[in-house]
Design a protein around this ligand. Sequence first.
Ligand code: ANZ
Ligand code: ZN
Length: 843
Amino acid sequence: MTSDATTTEATAHADEGRFPAYEPAVLEPRWRGAWERAHVASSELPPAQDGTYVLEMLPYPSGRLHMGHVKNYTMGDVITHHRRRSGEVVLHPMGYDSFGLPAENAAIKTGGDPLTVTETNIRGIEEDFDHLGWSIDWTRKLATHRPDYYRWTQWLFLRFFEQGLAYRKDAPVNWCPTDQTVLANEQVVDGLCERCGSVVEKRALNQWYFRITDYAQQLLDDMEELEGQWPERVLTMQRNWIGRSEGATIGFHQRDLDATIEVFTTRPDTLHGATFFVLAPEHPLVGPLTRGTGNEQAVADYCDAAAKLSSIDRSNAEREKTGVFTGRTITNPANGEEIPVWVADYVLPDYGAGALMAVPAHDERDFAFAQAFDLPVRRSVQSVPGVEDELPYTAKDGVLVEGGHPIAEGARTIVEQVGGEFTVNYRLRDWLISRQRYWGCPIPVVHCDDCGVVPLPDDALPVLLPEVHDYQPKGQSPLAAAEDWVKVRCPQCSSWARRETDTMDTFVDSSWYFLRYCDPQNGHAPFDREVVDRWMPVDQYIGGVEHAVLHLLYARFFTKVLHDLDMVGFREPFANLFTQGMIYKDGAKMSKSKGNIVEPLPLVERYGADTLRTYVLFLGPPDQDAEWQDTGIGGTRRFLDRLWRYVHGVAALDGAGQTIIASPTVDELADDPNARALVAAAHAAIRRVSDDIGPRMQFNTAIAALMEATNTGTKALGERAEDATELVDRAHRFLAQTITSLVQPFAPHIASELWTVLGGEAVWSEPWPEFDEAFLVQDTVTLAVQVNGKLRGQIEVSADADEAEIVAAARADEKVAAALEGMQPVKQIVVPGRLVNLVVRPG
Ligand code: ANZ
Ligand code: ZN
């Protein structure tokens, strides 16, 4: 076997003379020029028309595009073309999420500066973009690191600040000693920095937060609107992340301190079974409580050790339980019993009340703890009165041991009796947005000795990133080194003050970019409400499942805040979400660090952009992970070669004229089964491709359908008789033009060319083809008909006939009807595709 490239060349040579060779390298740039001149991607919205918004997550310009991007953007492009050709005005923009660590790290490594690195990377990516033929409205391009964008990120920050939604607090933070930066909880994986793998430490720092917890319930409630429109697993991940939990807050009195310590519990019904009490190591009363017990040192050491662990490790149920006794007891409010107070790291400081009542009989973790430290276990709930369930019995079902009431009722009584309160808790924490890094959006406030934290006025924006010479973070933001920049007059009292030197998390930049695309040139506001309301919400958002939680949650939060500020008229930003699967190579996720990246341009050069675009979508169902195979792409190229030959072959038939034609009708084709088969193949392809691109988003099967139709046409053309009827030639013409039209969203260059070969003009603006039901009549199937298991006849029914239709047809059969004479039906058995058995008895 020769390699793909030589096979392709060989076929091209063989065809030479008959019609021009398929040369993507020549044809593709030519067509891209034509589309540009025709403003195909322009998204001008006529007055009083609402737009369709197709959006893919924007890339980080940290290198060149890879196959993940190619898949993502081609999917969006296919949808864009399809909807545009279905009569919608489509907005399909693109930009760069260009602030953030990758550019900064690259600058530190290579000695450049992040701005130059970023702009160079963007130029590289744009070269990739230039070669793939995606239909993107580049007049709306944005880059989050450019002042005309981040000015508005700062402006939005100020609105959040005014609303009390941006605030500062001292907090123990995850600190990466290598990256010298604070990490969000999600960036800590198994206690290690997600980026560099260093062991993460805890530090106390004054940090900026967004109060996303104010929106926890709305973020949950509005998910109802997304049900069925977003992948269920993404909704589930968001729900779990928000982590709503219903329970009660109950106070326990501690007599040495004469203080009440509260706990949050989801099981107040088990209060009688609370045999010990546990404080988080960070609980403010750990110190006071331990004083004078002789356990001070042991407890302090334990707390120091706990502070080094990540909360993810601490909440890992499998981990061996550790803890230390404080030397004190506390009173169980249900029965007045004194129970020991422990400190253990499985209790988290920032959940509930930072303390818990331990009920080992009914909670796995408490049970493991009781076993480890030989603490008493007492049953307070049982499945059925008197039954000794195996412990821990954790089902939220049964009755109280004491009094025998059902647990729900018991919970109400107990909460009332001990003066507790039913409360709701969320796992969601406020969003830590400050970073002690250079390459991010400066936070637009100053610190004044007299006035405290003072926001800058809107007309002082943008606060431009200052130039510095050292981007290496050293515990404080590199911006602090720009002394002239840091020193500024306080907007309130005019005395000297200092600028905030932290920058914002890049997730802030990407929480509103989809709004800016709608109104990218706006110079007096981030966007105009009327403009965004006409495009938004995004009709189809497409991106990687790795953003299922954070980016999507933050963008939803921003949208809700902006809605409450009357800046937008919708509460959810993304009406439909599609999460694409990842591309693997040699069994590993394609990534730079693995060294298994396949870059698009060499493949475009060798096979053409159309082949690459089609191939990435042919790899498999788009929501599933797929394995890249170098050999597979040749097969896709051969499909386009075949299509090229078929269409040219059809164009050379002169029986049917040289223009785009309407479909021959079923009546016209009644006497010509060969012609009818071709036209029927075209209509079947229209139906499948429309369905696969539209609601199902199964691009791989759409491509398979096009391959099949091309094979049908090619075979028929090869077998075409010298004296074929004009009708056959018209049928070929219709099939060839239909495939060309349907392949356009995937392979727009070759489609544009072949459309003109068939006598058309601009396939990209042709209405999306519609299929004719008349050509799609169901096939029929033959079923054996039995009466009481004895074969009595045969019937022919349509393949999709239901049971009632089948039975009716069976009864109508003459021989069957005779056998049923004087009988009463008992039951009927239908084996699809094979037989129907009518069971009867004499009546
Ligand atoms: C007593 C009890 C008995 C509990 C029982 C559970 C089962 P979710 O469902 O996730 O909200 N808890 C409370 N505060 C905690 C903290 N800061 N760190 C770790 N665990 C904490 O979990 C709520 C339950 O987790 C609470 O209900 C409490 O244990 C524990 F049979 O109280 B429970
Ligand atoms: Zn001041």
